[in-house]
Design a protein around this ligand. Structure first.
Ligand code: GLA
Length: 601
């Protein structure tokens, strides 16, 4: 049992001044069998604490559910932290930002349209209270005063950049206390007077988020947190990427210097990120300040430990800095060598249209429904309507969230892209037949007022100004863990693919599923056990390996490889499934190293 508190000048661990040297590592972005490895490497860099957010929507994908299994086993993660002799900081949100789908808020919370998030609103607070109660058995016994690793818990996240509701913050504090949290509570805000004030309460310890000009930022923080330890709760050492933009990197020397300045000023730190990991599946968030910008699959972040868990130049530079302020012992871990290379024919493929009925059921609606209103919160939905037009025709849709491929009797007509603000598309002359619109939710906005927006086709659709009615909509069930029998859901797709003779009907252009099977040569000494899947010969889509969703790929870049963590692989009988939306995926190739794309210099 230990005691951790905030003193007049320092954090105090059992009464002694303690400097937090923390690194951010999100359990939900790393395969659980790799948690321990990543945590150990944080310790070896000279850190004494691991910080993680809790992603509410990952645990509660549907109302009434709460999943703490497998990659969501937060208790196991915190036990791994403790087993490495490190402390933990937990940031349960409920809002987390983090470039994560919807900033961590469950989409179902927004469905009624009457729940007021991130403020003092009874329905929202009731849901938050339930969420925190579900976390209580995981967090409460793992606090430092009960023999666990947790030393701090953060309330909300950069709330000053969003709202100004002290009653809400106070109620959150009370709820977190009520479930049994006893450790000190903090807030984090960008270091401006307004944000630091609106984002916190006098009873909470204020900390700041920044990635440069440490001394100046700490001085601003000091004005608003006159006593106690100074802490940068998010020292941004890299940045995230959007599809269609460049890959962000930061100067190693400059980052190390800014970290040094921060520590020389006596502050505590949480390096954001120590190890970024991956937005597996459909978990990425998006930004929208007038233009919608979805986050890529990799969350490498140009962090000291790269996406595959290898120490980078930044790792070694930070380790040198940290050695001046804490204890760094033993040799630094080594980076793994190149990964195994392999070309896998995707010998079997089926058109999405031929298996779509296995992926869900059609719901008839007079008017266009959003995906959310059909109970589907991520991925894809297929919309169908019959049309019969004489002469030229223009299809208009009020809003597409976020990308829609339009087909007439199976022939591709064009794409609506939210980031281009597309609202209309010309149909062929005398358009007659089945109009199909395949819509992809490319990730919910995670920052600012657009969190919670419904996905799919929004508003109404018109042809030549006349409302287009009588829709059939099928949200695609693409989660391999769902679906009871082998003919339905994702397993149904695999069954359909398996029944195609290899080579037969093998070149089906998108939207289509393709399947390949492969064995792996043993890992040689020094070689990486992970794989990097090259996506450069494909257009846009999603990939699964052995039922584990690696995430989205897109020829737009900047990211051109997908990370395949070793624990999802086996020696023989691996299965790769691709949903390619445009081109024909005929082969998959695994390359020695990741390609996260061009930088801006
Ligand atoms: C803010 C948020 C984090 C993250 C970073 C940018 O600091 O608090 O969740 O979004 O920005 O990576």
């Amino acid at each position: 049992m230990s005691d951790f508190r905030i003193g007049d000048e320092h954090f105090l661990l059992d009464g002694e001044p303690f400097r937090i040297l923390s690194g951010a590592l999100h359990y939900f972005r790393v395969h659980p069998d790799l948690w321990r490895d990543r945590i150990r490497k944080a310790r070896q860099m000279g850190l004494n604490t691991i910080e993680t957010y809790v992603a509410w929507n990952a645990h509660a994908p549907r109302e009434g559910e709460f999943d703490l299994s497998g990659g969501l086993d937060l208790g196991r993660f915190l036990d791994d932290v403790a087993a490495e002799g490190m402390h933990a900081i937990v940031r349960p949100g409920p809002y987390i930002c983090a470039e994560w789908d919807n900033g961590g808020l469950p989409a179902w919370l927004f469905e009624s349209g009457t729940v007021g998030v991130r403020r003092d609103e009874p329905q929202y607070l009731a849901a938050v209270s339930q969420y925190l109660e579900q976390l209580a058995p995981v967090l409460v016994p793992r606090q430092i005063d009960q023999g666990g690793p947790i030393i701090l818990v953060q309330i909300e996240n950069e709330y000053g950049a969003y709202g100004s509701d002290p009653v809400y913050l106070q109620k959150l504090v009370e709820m977190n206390r009520r479930i049994g949290l006893t450790v000190p509570f903090t807030t984090v805000d960008q270091p401006t007077a307004q944000m630091l004030e609106d984002g916190s309460l006098p009873s909470l310890h204020k900390t700041a988020s920044f990635g440069s000009r440490s001394v100046e930022r700490l001085a601003t923080l000091r004005e608003h947190q006159p006593t106690g330890p100074l802490m940068c709760s998010e020292f941004w050492d890299g940045w995230f990427d959007h599809w269609g933009a460049h890959h962000h990197t930061t100067s190693v020397a400059q980052s190390a210097e800014d970290l040094d300045d921060l520590l020389a000023a006596g502050a505590s730190v949480n390096i954001y990120m120590f190890h970024g990991g991956t937005n597996f599946g459909f978990t990425n968030g998006a930004n929208d300040k007038g233009v919608y910008q979805p986050i890529v699959t990799s969350y490498d972040y140009d962090a000291p430990l790269d996406e595959a868990g290898n120490p980078t130049e930044k790792y070694h530079a930070f380790r040198e800095v940290l050695a001046k302020y804490g204890s760094v012992s033993g040799p630094a871990p080594e980076a793994a060598g190149p990964a195994r290379t392999l070309d896998v024919p995707l010998a079997r493929s089926v058109a999405l249209s031929s298996v779509v009925d296995r992926l869900g059921s059609w719901t008839p609606r007079e008017e266009l429904p959003s995906m959310d209103s059909l109970g589907r919160y991520t991925g894809f939905a297929l919309y169908r309507a019959e049309i019969d037009i004489v002469g030229p025709a223009v299809l208009e849709i009020d809003e597409v969230r976020d990308r829609a491929q339009v087909f007439l009797d199976g022939t591709p007509i064009g794409v609506f892209a939210r980031d281009h603000h597309d609202r209309s598309i010309a149909l062929p002359m005398d358009a007659r037949g089945v109009l199909e619109i395949l819509v992809e939710d490319q990730g919910r906005v995670d920052y600012g007022p657009r969190i919670g927006e419904p996905k799919g086709l929004i508003g109404s659709a018109r042809i030549n100004g006349e409302p287009l009615l009588r829709w059939l909509v099928l949200p695609l069930e693409l989660d391999p863990t769902e679906g009871a029998d082998a003919s339905q859901g994702f397993s149904g797709v695999i069954t359909a693919l398996s029944s195609v003779a290899p080579g037969e009907a093998s070149v089906v252009s998108g939207p289509a599923f393709a399947l390949g099977r492969f064995d792996l040569p043993p890992v040689r000494a020094g070689q990486s056990a992970d794989l990097f899947l090259d996506t450069r010969s494909w257009g846009k889509g999603v990939v699964w390996v052995n039922g584990f969703c690696l995430g989205r790929y897109w020829s737009r870049g900047p990211q051109h490889t997908l990370y395949v963590p070793a624990p999802v692989l086996r020696e023989s009988g691996n299965e790769i499934v691709i949903l390619e939306l445009h081109s024909a995926a005929t082969a998959a190739s695994f390359v020695p190293a990741p390609e996260l794309g061009h930088t801006d210099f």
